[in-house]
Design a protein around this ligand. Sequence first.
Ligand code: NDP
Length: 269
Amino acid sequence: MSQVWLIGRPVAHSLSPAMHNAAFAKLGLPHRYDTKETADDQLAATLDRMRRDDAVLGANVTIPHKEAVLRLLDDVDDEARRIGAVNTIVSRGSRLVGYNTDIYGFERALEAISVGFPFANNRILILGAGGAARACALSLLAHGNEVEIANRDPVRAEALARSMEVDGRRPRVVAWPKGSEPGDAVVNATPLGLKGEEALEDVQLPRWVIDLVPTAEETPLVKRAKATDNVTVVDGLSMLLHQAARSFELWTGVPAPIEVMRAALPRDV
Ligand code: NDP
């Protein structure tokens, strides 16, 4: 029996084990996906265990280790390096190789909504300046959009904007949009919503609302967007599904049974 780990903290609430274990079972693969609650000071030792243990195929990496893990890997794929974060590790002999499947998941989730992907020539506000915000900004800039970044810590937003240029375009840093009107779309790339908070309180919703937070219950932002006329919603569970499918393919080398993975989620997306 081979193993795939989910390395992060906290990971007990994760929806990933159900998806991956359903997919392994469907394809008759002798693998098991398990959570590994990992504190900051345990990260290097956890990766060393992966290197030494032939039964470990790879891992997903989640908050708070997606950026810190980069310097502990033997090799990192170009896209993960551009994003500055790794969410998937593949074990190749004693070498650990890092990937990031968030852009793939984000783009497939957008494609799945009726308006289709790519958006182009839109003004899109991203809330957050972490790894997920970075992945979304790179993708949206590459598809010809104007990207704005608002972050709780504006210094981090400035650093993200300075470090990124796609076809001559950079994100623009803006203030947190309380009381304002975002442009054509908003992407919530913060954890706001996990504990029942509304990420865009007091803000009129734009045409597209993309909430990355993957929760068993709809977030307050997704609920409000679904109840508002002429607003199209992309739910974090959809991105979770597609980024997971890509990770599955990296570990196993076979196409992911996406409908089996979708059925393992707690709601329809
Ligand atoms: P990071 O830890 O790298 O970044 C978190 C960001 O959220 C930072 O910009 C941080 O701001 C901001 N933030 C945290 N808490 C608050 C708060 N209380 N109020 C306002 N802003 C806050 O995380 P990631 O970028 O990896 O992930 C961000 C979100 O996206 C998470 O909810 C994650 O679950 C989700 N995600 C979903 C995926 C999916 O497949 N659906 C894939 C990847 C991520 P500051 O800089 O000020 O600390």
